[in-house]
Design a binder for this molecule. Structure first.
Ligand SMILES: *Cc1c(COP(=O)(O)O)cnc(C)c1O
Length: 349
C-alpha cells in the first residue's frame, strides 16, 4: 500500500464512484440519448441543455500550461471551499481523526472540520504570524491527517517562512495543504513547483481573488495524480457548470489583464499602507503580501461600527487569536481607498 493510500479512509479506497453518462461515453459526436437531457434546447438562455464535462478537460489543459503542471495534477472545485470539504471526506474519519490549523487563519478549515466531525488541534502562529514548527510537529499524532498552511496567511496578510513550511513537508506524516489563495499578489514562488518532491503536498489556489472571478466559484487543487484521482472519486459528478468552464477558459487567455489588475492593486496597497499609517486610530499596519491589510486599532468593534455607519464595510477580526483590535481591509480602487481614509480621519475615540 502506498504511503498516501494508508492515509485515506478505507471505505473511500474501496468506493465504487458514480459513473455518469459522460464517464461511460466521452465522445463528442453522435446522437446523445443517454443522459435524459432536453434535446430541444434551453428555456430562456441558450445551449445549456447538455451536461458539462465532468473533468473539465479543456480548462485543465490550458491551466496546466499556465501553472506548469500536468492536467492529471489538477482538481477543480466549486470554489476552494469544495476542495477543502472533499479533502476531509477523503482523508478524515469522523470522530476519530484530527487536523492541525494555525490561528489566526482562514475560517473554512475549522468549519469544514466541524461539519465533518473532525477534531482540530490549533497551534497559534507566533506573535509575528510565523509558524511554530516544533509545536506543530509535536502536536501531530497518528490520527492527524491534514495540516493547513495558509500563505500568504488570511487575515494577517504575510507569507509564511519557506524554510518552516519545508520543515513541515519533510516531517509531518499526513497531508500538508498549502492554501495559496493570494499567491499572485506576493511575488513568491508557488509550492506547485515542489509537487514532485513531496507526494503528501496539496496546493490550493482560486479564481476568486487575483483573477476577479469570485462569482463563478472556481477553486484549484494541485497534487500528485494519485490524490487528484481520490478527490475526483468523491466529488459530485458535474461539480463545475458549463458556464463557469467556458468563461474561465476565456479568462485564461487574458492572463495579462489579471497581471495588470494585480499590479494596480499592489500599487494601491502601497498608497493605502502609507495613508493608514498617518491616522491616529491606526496603531499598526501589518506588512502584507496579499490584497488586504490587517490594521490594529484601539477598539476594533468600535471602529468597525463607525465605518459601517459611513457605509464602508471592512472585516472585524478583533475577536480572532493574536488579532486584538484588528480589522482586515481589502484594498479597493483608488477612489474607495480615499473614501476609507477620509472616513477614518473623522474617527475620534
Ligand atoms: C478567499 C480565500 C479562498 C477562496 O475561496 P473560494 O471558495 O475559492 O472563493 C481560499 N482560501 C483563503 C485563505 C481565502 O482567503
Amino acid at each position: 500500500m502506498s504511503k498516501i493510500k494508508s492515509l485515506v479512509r478505507p471505505h473511500i479506497l474501496a468506493l465504487q464512484p458514480y459513473s455518469s453518462a459522460r464517464d461511460e461515453y466521452s465522445g463528442t459526436e453522435g446522437v446523445f440519448l443517454d443522459a435524459n437531457e432536453n434535446p430541444l434546447g434551453s428555456a430562456g438562455a441558450s445551449n445549456f441543455n447538455r451536461y458539462p464535462d465532468p473533468y473539465q478537460h479543456k480548462l485543465k489543459e490550458k491551466l496546466a500550461l499556465i501553472k506548469n503542471v500536468k492536467p492529471a495534477q489538477i482538481f477543480l472545485g466549486n470554489g476552494s471551499d469544495e476542495a477543502i470539504d472533499l479533502l476531509f471526506r477523503v482523508f478524515c474519519n469522523p470522530n476519530q481523526d484530527n487536523i492541525i490549523t494555525m490561528p489566526p487563519t482562514y475560517g473554512m478549515y475549522e468549519v469544514s472540520a466541524n461539519i465533518n466531525c473532525v477534531a482540530i488541534k490549533k497551534i497559534n502562529l507566533t506573535p509575528d504570524f510565523q509558524i511554530d514548527t516544533e509545536k506543530v510537529l509535536a502536536a501531530a499524532d497518528q490520527n492527524t491527517k491534514l495540516l493547513f498552511v495558509c500563505s500568504p496567511n488570511n487575515p494577517s496578510g504575510n507569507l509564511l517562512n519557506r524554510n518552516s513550511i519545508e520543515k513541515l513537508l519533510q516531517n509531518f506524516k499526513g497531508i500538508v495543504v498549502i492554501d495559496e489563495a493570494y499567491i499572485d499578489f506576493s511575488g513568491e514562488e508557488s509550492w506547485t513547483n515542489s509537487l514532485e518532491k513531496y507526494p503528501n503536498l496539496i496546493v490550493l489556489q482560486t479564481f476568486s481573488k487575483a483573477w476577479g472571478l469570485a462569482a463563478l466559484r472556481l477553486g484549484m487543487a494541485f497534487s500528485n495524480p494519485e490524490i487528484i484521482a481520490l478527490i475526483n472519486k468523491v466529488k459530485p459528478p458535474y461539480n463545475i457548470s458549463q458556464l463557469t468552464q467556458q468563461i474561465v477558459l476565456q479568462s485564461l487567455f487574458s492572463e495579462d489583464a489579471k497581471n495588470e489588475m494585480v499590479a494596480e492593486i499592489i500599487k494601491q496597497k502601497k498608497i493605502l499602507t502609507e495613508e493608514l499609517g498617518k491616522i491616529s486610530v491606526v496603531k499598526k499596519v501589518y506588512p502584507s503580501d496579499a490584497n488586504y491589510l490587517l490594521i490594529k486599532t484601539e477598539n476594533g468593534k468600535k471602529v468597525y461600527d463607525f465605518l459601517v455607519e459611513k457605509q464602508i464595510i471592512v472585516r472585524d477580526r478583533s475577536k480572532v487569536a493574536l488579532c486584538e483590535g484588528c480589522l482586515r481591509i481589502s484594498v479597493g480602487t483608488a477612489q474607495e481607498n480615499k473614501e476609507l481614509i477620509a472616513a477614518l480621519q473623522l474617527y475620534h475615540s
